[in-house]
Design a protein around this ligand. Structure first.
Ligand code: GDP
Ligand code: MG
Length: 148
């Protein structure tokens, strides 16, 4: 019951993100987290880790029928990533606006993908698409005692 109440209070205030391997390899952790904080998000949890191909497959399971699924899992497990839980009013929608379009060719000026994405696949950063997925994805990487 208490957990449900906490979840209700937090709904809409948190999202999940990860900096993708190419952006970590190119030393853009600082540049990207600076843009995130400048946009008013508070970093609740953050670490550097690496997914196995099987773990990437589980994270992106919703895309398993898409033609790019194999490439996506290979790319996401190719090197270290930086997952984060972020907090802000209207977090999910505001963060999707901050990262920009999936295809960097369509990403607006001032977005993270406009600055750091290289291609449709290597598009620098993930952003949850709903409150429900933000909670699921955050819990995939972080225990409750890692979220402050
Ligand atoms: P997002 O929510 O903007 O990240 O986009 P999607 O949920 O549609 O796709 C998840 C991720 O799969 C994207 O961020 C890309 O890294 C990758 N992706 C999506 N579409 C394509 C594609 O057409 N080709 C390749 N190679 N990767 C893609
Ligand atoms: Mg998505």
């Amino acid at each position: 019951k208490i957990l449900n109440q906490i979840h209700f209070i937090m709904a809409g205030n948190r999202t999940f993100t990860m900096i993708k391997p190419h952006a970590v390899a190119d030393n853009h952790i600082g540049g990207i987290t600076a843009m995130i904080e400048a946009a008013g998000f508070r970093i609740v949890a953050m670490k550097k880790t690496q997914l196995s191909a099987a773990q990437a497959g589980k994270f992106y399971e919703v895309h398993k029928e898409r033609p790019f699924y194999g490439e996506l899992c290979e790319m996401m497990s190719s090197g270290p990533i930086v997952p984060m839980i972020l907090e802000k009013d209207n977090a999910v929608a505001d963060f999707r606006a901050l990262i920009g379009a999936t295809n960097p060719a369509n990403a607006e000026e001032g977005t993270i993908r406009k600055k750091y994405a290289k291609s449709m696949g290597e598009n620098a950063i993930h952003g949850s698409d709903s409150d429900e997925n933000a909670a699921i994805e955050g819990a995939f990487f972080f225990a409750s005692i890692e979220q402050y």
